[in-house]
Each structure stands twice: as C-alpha cells, then as structure tokens.
Write a protein that binds this ligand. Structure first.
Ligand code: CP
Ligand code: NVA
Length: 305
C-alpha cells in the first residue's frame, strides 16, 4: 500500500515518474484526449480546514479521470469528536478507493493511513503539504529549468509548505536559501531529514542575502491556518520579509516568483509582484490539478502491485 503523507514517502525515481505522467496527462487533456483510468473509483476528501485549490483540483481531477470525489467538511464528520480518527478511516476504507485528508496534526493523516486499508494522501497538515511541493517543482521543470542548477529562496515562515519544499529540493538537487525571522525556522526534524537526503540549504535571517542570485523566490502567508491567535506577533516579526519590487530586484532578472496561494496581499507579497510578469503562482495552482491526477494514478497502480 503506497501513501503520500510526506515527501519522505517518495524517491527521486518516483518523482521523475510522477512528473512524466503529469506532463502526459496535462498535454493529453489540452489535446482533448479523454482517459479514464479511475472509472468507478471514489476519493473521499476529509478536510478539517478550508480550501479552494486542493478541494477543487482533487474533485476536478477525479472527474477527469472517470471517478468521483466525496467532500466531507469538518462540521460534517467532526473527526475525533463525533467519532475517532481510526473509526472514520476504517469506515471510509470500506467504501472508497482513496482518502485525501487536510488536517491539523500530521499524526491524524498517519493514523488514517495505518487504519484505512486504502491509499491516503496528505492534502496539507501543519507539518507538510506534499501535493503543493510536487506541483511547484513540476512548474519549474516544465519551464525548462534545470532543477540541479536551480537556486530557490524561501522568504518568510518555515512552515508546512516550506518543509515539503525543503524535502523535495533535497531529493531533486535544488539549492535552497531560507530567510526567516529567528524563531520561525523550519522544524529541526525536517532539517535533519533534508540533510540526510543530501539537501543543500542554508537558513538566514537576512532576506536580501537569500535572494541574491536566486532563480526562484517563494513566499507563503505569515499566519497559516490554525495560527490566528499569533497573527499580531507574526505581522510584526515578518515585516522585513515582504516579497516586493525592491527585494525581487536583487534576484536574477529571469527569476520566477512563486506563491502557493491563498495570498495575504500587502503582507508577504505586494500586488505588483504577485500579479507581475515574473509570477508563476497561477501555473502552480493549475499544476496542482495535473500533478494530483498523476499521484492518484500512481498510488492506485502501486497499491495493486
Ligand atoms: N495552495 C493550497 O493548498 O490552497 P488551498 O488552501 O486553497 O487548498
Ligand atoms: N501555510 C499555509 C498554506 C496554505 C495552502 C497554511 O497552512 O495555511
């Protein structure tokens, strides 16, 4: 049984295969081909937090592959309150072929994977966002950028998206500079795994030095879902880390600007940069669809092996 709970569940070979399949599915779709390898299959979306991109791309992806998605909001199943995580997972596993879960705790997706009996996908937890990182590196590679020569600057919070980016960068040979305020660095456990995977990264409080010579700048909200009580302190701590025109001018002139969205415009990024010619944020969002279709097909094939 293969799951995608973390980038740790992948190898370089597996990512290359997923990217090849993503490119095929994307170009096939654009050419009007209809391929339905998931006909009759069902995906349950178990979401403890809100979503636009993740929910819609999984629902659209299942529809395009011939399957169906069932969305279950937090208030609906009240996982851990109305019944235990394990009972939700075991029950859903009797009806559906996959579960994609968006949770607070990483342990919740791990428990679901242990008990569901079907492949489980982490659709964002407090620790990781593997589907996002896959779409992001696919976006860079489809632009013809050589990942092994790429320098990516992460500006802002060492959060869930940053963690998956660091781990996938380690697998793909991308050099990363993380610029964040002291106290907001990526988790030590993630840094250790990224180093063990051969990751080349450094962490600095200085946004300007991180951006110098970068091929890609990536930022995300300063206050992630579930951190609202910290919002005022975070606004203060992150103020010097805004991705704006002045900061972008220090990167390579060809640098792309990345954001997983949703954005808090005027906080971590200015309108001018997010809507400017160097932004690839909407390509990242589009590629969530294509890459997750490839993930679903891959998980089904791997779990039938
Ligand atoms: N990037 C992302 O996961 O967006 P949503 O929170 O809208 O799903
Ligand atoms: N770090 C953000 C990502 C949203 C896609 C959050 O967890 O809210």
């Amino acid at each position: 049984m293969m799951h995608l709970l973390s980038i740790r569940d992948l190898t370089r070979q597996r990512v290359d295969d997923i990217f090849r399949l993503t490119a095929e599915l994307k170009s096939g779709r654009k050419a009007g081909e209809l391929s339905t390898p998931l006909a009759g299959r069902v995906l349950a979306l178990v979401f403890e937090k809100p979503s636009l991109r993740t929910r819609v791309t999984f629902e659209v992806g299942m529809a395009q592959l011939g399957g169906v998605a069932v969305y279950l909001a937090a208030q609906e199943i009240q996982m851990g309150v109305r019944e235990s995580v394990g009972d939700v997972a075991r029950t859903l596993g009797r009806w559906v072929n996959f579960i994609a879960a968006r949770t607070y705790r990483q342990e919740t997706v791990e428990t679901m994977a242990r008990l569901a009996g079907v492949p489980v996908i982490n659709a964002l937890s407090d620790l990781e966002h593997p589907c996002q990182a896959l779409a992001d590196f696919f976006t860079l590679s489809e632009r013809g950028l050589d990942l092994e020569r790429l320098r990516l600057a992460w500006i802002g919070d060492g959060n869930n998206v940053c963690h998956s980016i660091l781990l996938l960068a380690a697998l793909m040979g991308v050099d990363v500079s993380v610029a964040c305020p002291p106290g907001y660095e990526p988790d030590r456990s993630i840094q250790t795994v990224a180093r063990a995977l051969g990751g080349r990264f450094r962490i600095t409080p200085d946004a300007r030095s991180a951006v110098e010579g970068a091929d890609a700048l990536y930022t995300d909200v300063w206050t992630s879902m579930g951190q609202d009580v910290e919002r005022a302190a975070r606004l203060e701590a992150f103020r010097p880390y805004q991705v704006n025109e002045r900061l972008l001018a220090l990167a390579k002139p060809t640098a792309v600007v990345m954001h997983c969205l949703p954005a808090h415009r005027g906080e971590e990024i200015t309108d001018g940069v997010l809507d400017g010619p160097q932004s690839v944020a909407l390509d990242q969002s589009e590629n969530r669809l294509h890459v997750q279709k490839a993930v679903l097909v891959t998980l089904l094939e791997a779990s039938n092996e």
